[in-house]
Design a protein around this ligand. Structure first.
Ligand code: NAP
Length: 309
């Protein structure tokens, strides 16, 4: 019998319990999933920063910590965590992110607001542009960025992806490194941020990099709030260098009511809903990783402490 500790917000227990129990049984594992195991008896921890666990030292026989979240910036700096840490890579979450990104890219590409928000009776035909004429750049070509890039490319967009290490993917222009960032942003009309929060990615959109995009470019950020220098973005919106920003994540969440983003006419705020972890598919990923731990196979989706994601 394996003892699995569920350490996340109390509301998550109702959301995930049945799915995880079902997936663990489906993986042929005999487990006891609870919120209150004695630390020294725990084999695995299903973890979210919203839970109570701050000190991992007493979990002496714990073989892995399995994050319910894709972003691990709040746990990676915890020096008591010496066990392997797997982040969440969930096919359901990936599908949700692809839908969010494609929906918001198409909104801006087609200028949908013009007709949807119209309150007058002006009949003014306009030619919808073609995706092939719209350069879209995705910063971050990982699980989510690559899937979004491929979906946009399949719609015909001219997609450039940027990552830390060199990559290649059919139908995408793949760039990396500092020179690659400059090339990726130069002339981009829509920029999507799907980078993790690490030292090198903070304020990656700043006065210098925002100036590289096409005039009137759109920024879509479902990555992390710290990727954007907020003052620089607001200045670029006011000058017209950036035409619109659709922002899902913020330095401080919930976004404070007096934040300039709420009232800005060229900013769309979504409340960190781009794509949440989906219990059923995520539970299967968790169960598979526990099965791997028990059969001596390497864990999937391990976080690289040195690289920070
Ligand atoms: P991932 O698979 O780890 O991919 C991260 C990508 O960023 C990789 O392509 C990586 O490059 C690149 N990268 C990291 N540091 C870089 C740097 N210094 N310079 C250039 N590229 C760099 O992560 P993911 O699963 O796609 O998730 C991305 C982020 O999305 C998460 O960290 C989280 O913050 C955010 N997220 C948000 C929501 C939401 O609802 N808003 C939901 C889920 C996730 P390499 O490929 O070379 O490693």
């Amino acid at each position: 019998m394996l003892n699995v500790l569920f350490s996340a917000a109390p509301k998550d227990w109702d959301k995930y319990r049945d799915a995880i129990v079902t997936a663990l049984a489906g993986a042929g594992l005999e487990t006891d999933l609870r919120r209150d195991h004695a630390a020294e008896n725990v084999d695995y921890i299903v973890y979210a920063p919203s839970g109570a666990t701050l000190d991992f030292t007493p979990f002496t026989r714990c073989k892995a910590v399995l994050s319910l979240w894709a972003g691990v910036e709040t746990i990676i700096t915890n020096t008591t965590l010496t066990q392997p840490l797997a982040r969440m890579v969930d096919p359901g979450m990936t599908a949700g992110m692809v839908e969010y990104v494609c929906g918001h890219v198409l909104r801006h590409h087609l200028g949908m607001d013009r007709d949807i928000l119209r309150r007058d009776t002006n009949w003014q035909p306009h030619d919808p542009p073609l995706a092939q004429d719209r350069p879209v750049t995705i910063l971050g070509l990982g699980e989510l960025g690559l899937a979004a890039a491929q979906a946009l490319a399949s719609l015909g967009f001219a997609v450039t992806g940027w990552s830390r290490t060199a990559k290649s993917a059919p139908g995408l222009r793949c760039l990396h490194g500092t020179d690659g960032l400059w090339q990726a942003l130069t002339g981009a009309q829509i920029v999507v941020l799907l980078l993790p929060d690490t030292g090198p990615t903070r304020n990656i959109l700043n006065p210098e990099t925002l100036a590289l995009t096409a005039t009137g470019a759109v920024i879509i950020n479902p990555g992390r709030g710290v990727l954007i220098d907020d003052a620089a973005l607001l200045a670029a919106l006011d000058s017209g260098q950036i035409g619109h920003a659709t922002l899902d994540v913020f330095r401080s969440e919930p976004l404070p009511p007096d934040h300039a983003y709420w009232a800005h006419p060229h900013v769309t705020v979504t409340p960190h809903i781009a794509s949440g972890t989906r219990p059923r598919t995520a539970a299967e990923v968790i169960a598979d990783n526990i099965r791997r731990g028990e059969t001596g196979e390497p864990f999937l989706h391990l976080v690289g402490r040195e690289r920070g994601y």
